[in-house]
Design a protein around this ligand. Structure first.
Ligand code: FES
Ligand code: FE
Length: 402
């Protein structure tokens, strides 16, 4: 759908509350362009984990659509995010996806930049140019419990409130003392919103995820879940895991403010963690003293949910490629001292979310095929899809304000 004259404001205004989005939200090039500007280049995006760059000079590239950012540890240990665009004539400066270097040298005419982005050398450049103004552009970066977030925005939303509110929620798990045990990218032939909508509801879990539904309660009615959560909270207290969480993905999403939310819920009896048989998968994280048989859902922005069990954590990244294609990436984190083969078995660790994400890919792609049809007509949400509805309301609010 290449409808340049599409009026997005009218599209938003005529969207029926409580119903799935209308077709142009998924098929229109104009809407996708607006999505790119309103979301991907405004929100904070999870770029990686500090364990990927332990030494000075370690770097990796974070790439999203047209943008490429060098995430690098400076000489003094600071994490820098630098636009991967040469200040001479614009070439990519860093080509390798990860590595270690003393400085970055552009492959085109060999301008060289220090680890903090400042210009080190520009051959034959007239002395009258101010070299201090020709460093690589700095991209906003925040390191939060070991997770590295960047924003492409010129005026990124403050991270302060999110940091203060989520600090006590994340502290017991010491994610800054974890390492990446495994990461996997799942390409999905669907618009990014269908991935986020799917992640935010478990109405589909009974039918689509028999493996997940055995251990997780999120597909059950609230009456069934509340007693289990009450029992878990007593265990959580002993385990040193706070559960007096708040829930703050609001539909009135203030412009320029990153959304965040969290809650901890119980697994079914017999499941200590998100494993096939309920048994532990890895050493306990951080300061967690015992298994409370719970899982924390934590959201930092719309595209960056995470799920934290007592012995491992998963970071999700929804990466738009173009209007019709997205990538679902999952990063599995375990305690930094855990050794593969001794302290954890990789196949067991990744089993649940690998099998679940493969199933999600299938249902989301079928969802997209139906949405493409001339017979598609948005239907009503049910109460179990409340988080998906909130995502849609937040999305519409952002489009309106953008
Ligand atoms: Fe980088 Fe010329 S474009 S040195
Ligand atoms: Fe799913």
């Amino acid at each position: 759908m290449n409808n340049q004259s599409l009026d997005i404001a009218t599209l938003v205004k005529t969207q029926k509350k409580g119903f799935a989005l209308t077709q142009p939200f998924y098929l229109s090039d104009a809407v996708f362009e607006k999505d790119v500007d309103s979301f991907f280049y405004q929100d904070w995006q999870m770029a990686g984990h500090v364990s990927e760059i332990p030494q000075a000079g370690d770097y990796f590239l974070f790439e999203m659509m047209k943008e490429s950012v060098i995430i690098v540890r400076g000489k003094d240990g600071t994490v820098h995010a630098l636009a991967n665009v040469c200040r001479h004539r614009g070439s990519r400066v860093c080509i390798e996806p990860r590595g270690n270097t003393k400085r970055f040298t552009c492959p085109y005419h060999a301008w060289a930049f220090n680890l903090d982005g400042s210009l080190f050398n520009a051959r034959m450049l007239d002395e009258d140019h101010d070299r201090s103004k020709l460093g690589l552009k700095r991209v906003a970066v925040e390191v939060f419990h070991g997770l590295i977030y960047v924003s492409f925005s010129d005026a990124p939303a403050s991270f302060d409130k999110l940091r203060a509110d989520l600090d006590p929620v994340l502290a017991p798990f010491a994610l800054e003392r974890t390492k990446i045990a495994y990461r996997e990218s799942y390409p999905v032939r669907a618009n990014w919103k269908l991935l986020v909508e799917n992640y935010n509801e478990c109405y589909h879990c009974t039918a689509a995820h028999p493996e997940f539904a055995r251990s997780h309660v999120t597909h059950m009615a609230a009456e069934r879940v509340e007693p289990l959560n009450a029992e878990m909270q007593a265990r959580s207290k002993l385990a040193g895991v706070p559960t007096d969480y708040f829930d703050c993905i609001g539909s009135a999403r203030p412009k320029g403010s990153p959304d965040y939310a969290c809650n901890r819920y119980s697994l079914f009896d017999g499941y200590l963690t998100g494993s096939e048989d309920g048994a532990p998968l890895a050493p306990l994280l951080g300061k967690v003293k015992a298994y409370d048989s719970g899982a924390s859902d934590v959201y930092v922005g719309i595209l960056n949910p995470m799920l934290i069990y007592c012995d491992h954590a998963l970071i999700y990244r929804f990466i738009p490629v173009d209007k019709d294609t997205s990538i679902q990436e999952i990063i599995w984190l375990v305690h930094e001292d855990a050794s593969e083969g001794t302290d954890y078995d990789l196949d067991r660790l990744k089993w649940l979310w690998d099998v679940t994400t493969i199933a999600d890919k299938r249902i989301i792609e079928k969802n997209q095929e139906g949405v493409n049809s001339r017979f598609y007509e948005p239907g009503p949400f049910v109460s179990m899809e409340a988080y998906t509805q909130r995502f849609i309301e937040a999305y519409l609010t952002t489009l309106t304000n953008a």
